[in-house]
Design a protein around this ligand. Structure first.
Ligand code: ADP
Ligand code: MG
Length: 712
């Protein structure tokens, strides 16, 4: 029977400090110098000092509140210690005449030095010979306990080297050396080198961490390469006839851009292999990802298999559905539609179409991955706006494949002989569908190299012709009237306008209140002019049917202005919209602003985006806020903006730790440690080939059970 955990032990577990190695890798945030005793007469205001002094006076006062006041003298000056909470035992230790070693922050005042709640012990005793580490901790886990736990973890942990030699840039320090040093640095160390993590001990740790991350990515990639998937070469059932993709191309009202053609070829090549595709299609808003998805679907369907397309919201899913049905149904392809808000009867009919294979294409929201949905033979899963789905959802979609990889005669892919054997190592395991993920939030190169090393990336780096560039303006909230004037102008020209209301962190109710108010204000202001103007309101709390009705009015051009909370669903396509106003733009992430801005400029009309900002009570925006908004105004390139966003917010926020499931780097910094990243990237595949056991030990040491996440 396992022994019950003590309170601090539970706290250790909460920090993820379970194994000895976890403790050894729990590194200090900063250090305190307790190696020497200072004199009060040399102390400076606000300085943290360690002194040895004798108690000369003790008082307990009751006003203004109960406190213990202890006066001490170190021979150079005196200092008053204040304690607001104290136990009898402490009071005893602080009696007149006691000689103490004290540590705390000294503050000056008219009455001389004071220290609030200093730590103390009796004077004398050995001084530590190393700097005292201060660790990241949680409530209920005192530094002293944590320190002891870390040091004993460090002593017990297996720190034998896992790097094959020669190990390149990090051959100087061993892991053991580096860790011993970082937990107990000598007092004469250059603190600056520790703090900016340029010290060789830090270099070693960062290199190790990056290597672990690269190894697990490469391992996931190889695991996938060992799996099977149906080879989708898109051969039409009838020899000599043009394939479905060909026929789709010939009915499209436009020609593909060069980028679309290239990307389609990349995808087709992957699909034709009997190994699951794991590809990300990234392309700026409006770059035309949907048609690429449709062509991939056509290849899949033409090979006799089913394709599923999942989008994060109902409006977006419906838009895809409408578009795909419009393109594919005339070519004889049946498409099913799945959503959470569907009536039971309709859903049942759809489920039947999907299970029988009659529907070759399935479009929908999260409803697509529900348990009840049984595909006959799913071979390609497409996920739009993939960053809005979690790891679990991506895995669920992939697990929808439930037939063995058999050639499907006559393009009919029958699910006969479902003898699927599950094994651990991928070989002969359950076949996987191909996965195509799409995003308009491009991944900066350093992230692509690290977190997504296990992903093939296709990029649409060109917009379809005929787009007019969007002019972005920063306007102070006080000049709202001018913006409304501008809206009138657009409406007079027959154009449409989006007005996006701010995201108020963690309060949907406030978001809503704000949007409702803006809607009322705008309606009033615009009605004042004579022509009838319809101003609509769209927010996430509205019933789906109502949302759809509003969207439909806007799409058909009957509604001129659409006021919306942040969810103007990513991907909404209304080419007649030519002006986008974003209120409180300073509260949005750059990539999000860029996405929003991409809702306009989809037609031939000159389009603009007005970023309304407010400084609140402050006289002006903060430096970063200004820089960010300026970046938006200056650049219309999603990649450039994503790069700046990464710079400003760091990868943690960029990825959204929860969504990506990727363990974030604790020590290495992608922006500054690129050379180490390059090194790890080059070493990882070689290490898997030549030193597989070392590689396993290294992954285990650094990622423990977390490596699983990376496979999604
Ligand atoms: P996104 O990449 O943001 O999802 P969409 O797929 O919605 O972009 O495409 C944006 C618009 O551009 C759509 O109206 C689409 O039909 C159109 N489009 C896509 N490809 C082309 C092209 N090669 N030429 C002209 N218009 C295109
Ligand atoms: Mg899209």
């Amino acid at each position: 029977m396992p022994t019950a955990l003590s309170y601090p032990q539970k706290a250790l577990h909460k920090l993820g400090l379970v194994r000895d190695i976890d403790l050894a890798l729990h590194l200090p945030l900063r250090y305190e110098d307790e190696t020497r005793i200072s004199r009060l007469c040399e102390a400076g205001e606000g300085q943290v000092v360690q002194i040895e002094a004798t108690v000369t006076d003790v008082q307990v006062t009751l006003r203004p509140r109960r406190q213990l006041l202890v006066t001490v003298d170190d021979g150079s000056d005196t200092c008053v210690l204040r304690f607001f909470s104290f136990y009898p035992s402490q009071q005893k230790a602080l009696a007149v005449g006691s000689s103490l070693r004290l540590r705390g922050e000294v503050k000056g005042g008219l009455m001389g030095w004071t220290m609030m709640h200093p730590s103390f012990q009796s004077a004398g005793g050995d001084l530590p010979s190393a700097l005292t580490p201060v660790y990241p901790t949680v409530a209920g886990l005192p530094q002293s306990y944590l320190r002891r736990a870390v040091l004993s973890g460090l002593a017990r942990a297996d720190l034998s080297d896992t790097l094959p030699s020669p190990a390149g840039p990090v051959s100087l320090w061993s892991l053991r050396q580096a860790l011993s040093f970082l937990h107990q640095p000598a007092p004469d160390v250059a603190l600056a080198a520790l703090e900016d993590r340029s010290h060789p001990a830090w270099q070693r740790l960062k290199a190790e961490e990056l290597l672990a991350q690269q190894l697990s990515q490469w391992q996931a990639r190889r695991g996938r390469d060992a799996m099977q998937a149906p080879a989708l070469s898109g051969q039409s059932a009838v020899a000599g006839e043009p394939g479905l993709a060909q026929r789709l191309l010939s009915v499209l009202p436009f020609a593909l851009t060069a980028a679309q053609t290239r990307v389609c070829a990349e995808i087709a090549q992957d699909l034709a292999r009997p190994v699951p595709m794991h590809r990300l299609l990234q392309g700026d808003v409006g770059s035309g990802k949907t048609v690429v998805a449709a062509l991939a679907a056509a290849l899949c369907i033409d090979s006799g298999w089913q394709c599923a397309l999942m989008a994060p919201t109902e409006i977006l899913a419906e838009q895809h559905f409408a578009k795909l049905v419009g393109w594919l149904e005339p070519l004889g392809i049946r498409t099913a539609w799945l959503t959470g808000s569907q009536k039971t009867k309709e859903r049942r009919a759809m489920l039947a179409l999907i299970a029988s294979g009659e529907a070759a294409l399935v479009v929908g929201t999260h409803a697509v991955i529900q348990e009840k949905v049984q595909f006959k033979n799913l071979a390609l899963a497409i996920i739009d706006e993939q960053h809005r789905f979690g790891v679990a959802q991506r895995l669920a979609l992939r697990n929808k494949m439930n037939v063995p990889v058999e050639p499907s005669p006559g393009g009919g892919g029958d699910g006969e002989g479902a003898s699927v054997n599950h094994t651990q190592d991928g070989v002969g395991a359950k076949p996987q569908p191909h996965l195509l993920m799409m995003t308009a939030t491009p991944i900066p190169r350093t992230l692509a190299m690290s977190y997504y090393a296990d992903l093939e990336v296709s990029t649409l780096d060109e917009l379809p012709p005929g787009r007019t560039p969007i002019v972005t303006k920063l306007v102070h909230d006080q000049r709202r009237d001018q913006v409304i004037e501008r809206i009138r102008g657009q409406i007079a020209e027959g154009r449409q306008v989006y007005w996006v209301c701010p995201l108020i962190e963690e309060s949907e109710t406030l978001d809503l209140a704000n949007a409702t108010q803006t809607h009322a204000d705008l309606s009033a202001a615009l009605h004042a002019s004579n022509a009838p103007v319809m101003v609509g309101l769209l927010h996430s709390r509205m019933p789906v049917a109502e949302k759809k009705a509003v969207m439909a009015l806007f799409k058909e051009g009957l509604m001129q202005v659409l006021v919306s909370t942040t969810v103007i669903e990513v991907g909404v396509d209304v080419p007649n919209a030519s002006l986008m106003v974003v209120e409180h733009a300073e509260r949005f992430g750059l990539s999000q602003l860029h996405q929003l801005r991409g809702r306009v400029g989809r037609g031939a009309a000159a389009s603009a985006c007005v970023l309304l900002y407010s400084t609140g009570d402050a006289p002006r925006l903060s430096q970063t806020a200004r820089e960010r908004l300026r970046a938006m105004a200056e650049s219309s390139d999603g990649f450039e903006i994503a790069r700046r966003d990464l710079e400003i917010r760091g990868p943690g926020e960029f990825l959204g730790a929860r969504q990506s499931g990727a363990p974030l780097l604790r020590f290495a910094d992608l922006a500054t440690d690129t050379p180490l990243l390059e090194w790890a990237r080059a070493l990882a595949p070689k290490m898997l080939d030549d030193y597989p056991e070392l590689a396993q030990r290294h992954i285990e040491r650094w990622l423990g059970g977390k490596a699983e996440y990376l496979k999604a």
